[in-house]
Design a protein around this ligand. Structure first.
Ligand SMILES: [Zn+2]
Ligand SMILES: [Zn+2]
Ligand SMILES: [Zn+2]
Length: 118
């Protein structure tokens, strides 16, 4: 199946497919499989993104407090997050990030729509 995808799909749509597949695996909590997919996809930008998002995930679990996707520090006060991928961060950091970027600062590949927690 992989060889067929390799031949038929241009690089961009293959990356989109991989990102979608990874999101699905992570949503199910299957981080081991997601890790394997990243390792074998041969896409360095995805590999770098995965390395970063793993850091965010582990840190969040240890501190019990949401981590900022931009500066990777725990967020006190105003937390802004994306309902699509669940990533977020400091209000000021997220605001300035999305002034110039459209994709999630964690590198998950999602085009975020951020909202402010009440
Ligand atoms: Zn921050
Ligand atoms: Zn994200
Ligand atoms: Zn997002």
């Amino acid at each position: 199946a992989d060889a067929a995808v390799e031949k038929l799909a241009p690089r961009a749509s293959r990356r989109r497919w991989t990102v979608g597949y990874l999101e699905e695996l992570r949503r199910q909590g299957d981080f081991a499989s997601a890790c394997e997919v990243v390792k074998h996809c041969g896409d360095t930008s995805l590999q770098q993104a995965a390395a970063r998002s793993t850091t965010v995930l582990l840190g969040g679990r240890q501190r019990g407090r949401p981590l900022c996707g931009v500066c990777e520090l725990p967020v006190r006060g105003s937390y802004v997050w994306c309902q699509g991928c669940g990533h977020g961060g400091h209000l000021a950091h997220m605001r300035s990030w999305f002034e110039t970027e459209v994709e999630c600062p964690t590198g998950c590949g999602h085009r975020c729509q951020v909202v402010v927690l009440p």
